[in-house]
Design a protein around this ligand. Sequence first.
Ligand code: DAH
Length: 341
Amino acid sequence: MQEQLELLIQEAEQEIAQCSSPNDILNAKAKYLGKKSLLNSLYGKMKELDASQRPAFGNQLNQIRKQIEAALNKRATAIKEISWQKDRAEFDPTMPGIKLERGGYHPLSIIRNQINEVFLSMGFEIAEGDDIEDEFHNFDALNTPADHPSRNLADTFYVEDGKLLRTQTSTVQIRVLENYKPPIRIISPGRCYRNDKPDPSHSPVFHQVEALVVDKGISMSDLQDTLQNFASIMFGPQIKSRIRPHFFPFTEPSAEMDISCVACAGEGCRVCKQSGWLEMGGAGMVDPAVFDILGIDSEYYTGFAFGLGIERIAMLKYNIPDMRILFENDLRMLRQFQGEL
Ligand code: DAH
């Protein structure tokens, strides 16, 4: 028996000395100390011994176990050291590193956030709406007649079951009016969809920011004030604004909003097509018919609303001549307009 134990240690130590990887160590450990190892089976043999001999035999087995464990640990450390040495020998500190490109925000995200900040500073809250809407929220509740051209299949992307991709963020006006009581003071930035061919000023997917203010005594001058504040903060204190009569089904009176040209200060240039003014979007006083559809007392409450095009603002801020550039995700464009949110 003693001889067998000697042999076991010898064999184990030899094999461990030849291990050359962490895997080899694991295998040797299983072989010599594992459940199926000889050593383990010898522990089972203790019962066959005379009671007086058991403690000495047990001690001896423990001793062997410790010796094998020590050999395994020593070899594992040596293997690690060898691999470090190899790494160090192969490591060339003069090799150029891998350059990690810095990511950036899309100009539309940057501008959307700036717009949000401007309106938050004026006490507005941000409301969100879904891209997929129904005809009620995109048209009916916005007082848009059944035969209005914008409902046309050629202009609106219909999905299924009467659902559509919203053509305007004005849908959020309705969602908010359905769910909240005045006073209301929200903006809602988001994506819109129209079946337009891409060209320098159109894209089938684009972004608007909707604004809705409803309270007792809200008037057209509140709309003008808000527009002027927005223009001054976004484009500079020298920028003027104006509204012109227009028509939208859900506002009465309706207006179109302009700001003085940011490129020529109103002198007339290519950017403003010599007019001195830039169109920013539609606006107006919420049509009492919309309040009536939603059961809001139009005798008591009045409100204004407007919708701004985010692409337009981004293009003016970044001097981008063609809207399509914003959607091509050309890395050169993304790098050029990199900025913080
Ligand atoms: N939703 C309109 C459009 O996409 C823009 C608009 C006009 C929004 C008047 C408004 C508004 O909130 O009052 O053409």
